[in-house]
Design a binder for this molecule. Structure first.
Ligand SMILES: Cc1cc2nc3c(=O)[nH]c(=O)nc-3n(C[C@H](O)[C@H](O)[C@H](O)COP(=O)(O)OP(=O)(O)OC[C@H]3O[C@@H](n4cnc5c(N)ncnc54)[C@H](O)[C@@H]3O)c2cc1C
Length: 419
């Protein structure tokens, strides 16, 4: 087939669909990009707190490791279009980037809107025909191959379709999960959808009391069903419903899985993970000696953030107004224990609509990892979060969307061998 005339329908003008559309058009295909919202890249515009964490500077092995949701499936796509390739491409389009702590790469302007505008320009330059406010309802097939897409405005014939409708979170950006239904209509299996990278809801009243307090360099340990365990050290924050922040989001994938399997999930915060029990005890004794004329609530200010003091004393069975000199050995042991084992019970996650990414999606077992083509329907390709892939924060989700979008474009355009 002559790819100069190949007609490709891309469904979804998000991260994956935008790059897929631009690249397929560059390769000579006639590309129609269908977007249900009245603007492109709405989710892209809110990524990285409005700064858009485009990718990461880590080696590809780290990308796989940071992708608990089917990372290995992405090897080929990363081989075809890596983080280095993405940065070279953006540079060639005139966008400068900066690399920050943890290898996170952002536009130098620190403005996610710059990325959206860049794609708008590239859509125009490459002649992609953009159909805004035109949601696709069904993908039509003939003899086991895609033949067209059906929208409210009519039926558009296409020789290849790239399904890039994203996940199910932040529905106001347009990702409402339509792609799962369309894939299922064509016989694809969609694995259980659940939130990943999601704050956790706790039943403990103290979380609400501490709302807004963020902690650095603490260790969070989470257990499920008494056996499964995960831990991470870093930054977290208390909220009106429970806990959030970087280490909570990273652990939330496992927590959401365990909860979906019906396990009771509990956890502990170690406020002093760098200190052994013995060293911590010495540290407490030093502070008690220094503040020996004070009440307990005024003796821990060098050890703890102000707002935590009463909570920790309560957990240690120590009245806040107890004189330091009256503290018993047992109470000191309680205090030491509470500092390293602050307990909480997780009752759930926030709803999937609030998740950074959706875990689950179109089963990757039915997609060729080399090309992103469906194993069930000829000419049907997948790109981005609609697939059963999800990664941690750090730019890994955007890179997965870019790499799979690029790969799908090359195969859909019939130009994979030339690239
Ligand atoms: C608040 C937030 C911050 C994030 N920050 C980062 C970050 O900094 N770095 C990072 O790597 N990841 C980040 N992510 C995750 C990342 O944004 C997603 O993984 C990524 O956008 C997925 O790309 P996608 O193209 O698959 O889907 P999307 O970008 O969600 O695009 C899907 C598109 O399909 C359209 N669509 C849906 N149904 C239809 C239909 N029926 N017809 C036509 N169009 C349709 C939608 O309107 C949407 O435009 C963040 C996510 C959130 C929610």
């Amino acid at each position: 087939m002559n790819s100069e005339n190949k007609r490709i329908a891309v469904i979804g003008a998000g991260v994956a669909g935008l790059l897929a559309a631009v690249h397929a058009a560059e390769l000579g295909a006639e590309v129609h990009l269908f977007e249900k919202m009245d603007r492109i890249g709405l989710k892209m515009g809110i990524t990285g707190k409005g700064r858009c964490n485009l990718t990461n500077s880590a080696p590809i092995g780290d990308f796989i490791a940071k992708t608990p949701g089917n990372g290995k499936f992405l090897y080929s796509a990363y081989g075809r279009f890596s983080n280095v390739d993405l940065l070279e491409l953006l540079r060639s389009w005139g966008m400068e980037t900066v690399t920050e702590r943890g290898g996170r790469v952002f536009p130098k302007s620190e403005d996610a809107q710059e990325v959206r505008h860049l794609f708008m320009r590239k859509l125009e330059e490459t002649g992609v025909q953009l159909h805004l406010s035109d949601p696709v309802h069904h993908i039509l097939t003939e003899d086991g191959r895609v033949s067209a897409v059906q929208t409210s405005r009519g039926v558009f014939p296409a020789e290849a379709v790239i399904l890039a409708t994203g996940g199910k979170s932040y529905p106001r950006t347009g990702s409402t999960g339509d792609g799962y239904r369309m894939a299922e209509e064509l016989g694809h299996k969609v694995t259980v959808l659940r939130p990943a990278l999601i704050p956790l809801v706790c039943s403990n009243a103290y979380c609400r009391e501490l709302q807004g307090l963020s902690l650095r360099n603490v260790k969070l340990t989470i257990s499920a069903g008494g056996r499964r365990k995960a831990e991470l050290q870093g930054e977290m924050i208390f909220t009106h419903f429970g806990i959030s922040g970087p280490i909570v989001l990273s652990l939330s994938d496992q927590v959401s899985l365990w909860l979906s399997q019906g396990h009771a999930v509990t956890g502990e915060i170690n406020l002093k993970p760098a200190l052994s029990e013995e060293v911590l005890d010495k540290r407490i004794l030093r502070d008690l000696a220094k503040f020996h004329l004070k009440q307990m609530r005024n003796a821990l200010q060098e050890l703890l953030p102000h707002r935590l003091i009463d909570v920790i004393l309560h957990m240690s069975d120590i009245p806040s107004d107890l004189g330091v000199s009256e503290l018993t050995k047992q109470q000191r042991a309680n205090l030491r224990y509470a500092l390293q084992h602050m307990p909480f019970t997780i009752t759930g996650t926030r709803p999937i609509e609030e998740a950074i990414v959706t875990a689950g999606g179109v089963s990757v077992k039915e997609i060729r990892s080399s090309s992103m083509e469906s194993k069930l329907v000829g000419g049907l390709y997948f790109a981005g979060e609609v697939m059963d892939i999800h990664a941690f924060t750090g730019g890994y989700n955007l890179q997965a969307a870019f790499s799979t979008g690029w790969t799908a474009a090359e195969y859909a355009a019939g130009k994979a061998d030339e690239a």
